[in-house]
Ligand binder design. Structure first.
Ligand SMILES: [Zn+2]
Length: 292
């Protein structure tokens, strides 16, 4: 099998188009961990090859997608989530306080544990293996919120991994995820289906997503069709999180140079302080697709 995928020096997935040619790609094999060379010549299709000349490994694409989804969620620190069962909420972007990979909680070892307002949310990423009765029982005992993201359609699609399109599927496609816990209690039919209606956002430009008056307020915007999360702190500082919107990130960088701002690599967020933060907030609001 041809190796189009490898791991970069940060252990993140990359495909052959995204790297420099030769050993300069700084990559290792996804399967065996050996150093690989990016072969990007004129004749053969571009691919990775083991530097040792060893035969190519067979890359398990299901594991690739599984790892990629975890990477993307860890990096974005948030997810578009359907309304919680038995609630009248709408689907919304949830910005997590932190996300931990492969963290054991009692008998359960979910793919990721995200924390929202200090409360853990178990996240399972399923490509071909879904949560079974046995696991469900353990989750129910634990009584923690649990979400399953079903990437089987993405796996069968032509969408490249990694790619912006794949990221969108992982982060924002509310149709490929469901709450495993809490369990939906049966209720009147007329309320069914109404909770997933996110196609027609209210024509309100800015709306707080989560009301946490103690420390901060979260706002969601859409710029160039991609969600941008803004956290406004009591101090007036704002923290802007947009992980895969290159055009917009360029703008955020310019604003950082223009006023007082900084980039926080841990949270992958752009921070601005008063009085400039007010101006930035207005500018993002002006760019907001949701009010158009
Ligand atoms: Zn290998």
């Amino acid at each position: 099998m041809t190796m189009y995928i490898a791991l970069d020096e940060h252990n993140n997935l990359v495909n052959i188009q995204q790297v420099e040619r030769g050993l300069a790609c700084n990559c290792t094999c996804f399967e065996c961990g050996e150093v690989v060379i990016a072969r990007k010549g004129e004749i053969n299709e571009h691919h990775f090859a083991h530097a040792s000349n060893k035969e190519s490994c067979t890359i398990n694409l299901e594991s690739v997608l599984h790892k990629y989804a975890k990477e993307v969620i860890l990096e974005s620190l948030g997810l578009m989530l359907p309304a919680l069962p038995n609630s009248d909420d709408e689907a919304a972007w949830w910005s997590f306080d932190k996300v931990l990979p492969e963290f054991s909680l009692g008998l359960i070892r979910p793919d990721l544990v995200a924390y929202f307002d200090g409360e853990p949310i178990l996240i399972e990423i399923a490509v071909t293996h879904f949560i079974d009765q046995d696991k469900l029982k353990k989750i129910e005992t634990f009584k923690a919120k649990c979400l399953e993201i079903n990437l089987s359609n993405l796996f069968k699609s032509e969408i490249e991994i990694p790619s912006i399109e794949a990221k969108k599927q992982i982060l924002e496609n509310v149709d490929n995820r469901k709450w495993i816990y809490p369990v939906l209690e049966h209720k009147a039919v007329e309320t069914q289906g109404s909770t997933l209606n996110i196609e027609c956002p209210a024509p309100v430009p800015v709306e707080p997503v989560v009301d946490t008056p103690a420390k901060w307020r979260d706002y969601k915007f859409k710029v160039n069709g991609i969600f941008v999360n803004v956290r406004k702190f009591e101090s007036g500082m704002i923290s802007v999180n947009s992980t895969y919107n290159p055009e917009f990130i360029k703008v955020l960088k310019e604003w950082m140079r223009e006023g007082r701002g900084s980039y926080n690599p841990k949270y992958k967020s752009w921070n601005y302080w008063l009085p400039f933060s007010e101006i930035i907030f207005e500018r993002i609001n002006a760019l907001n697709d949701l009010k158009k």
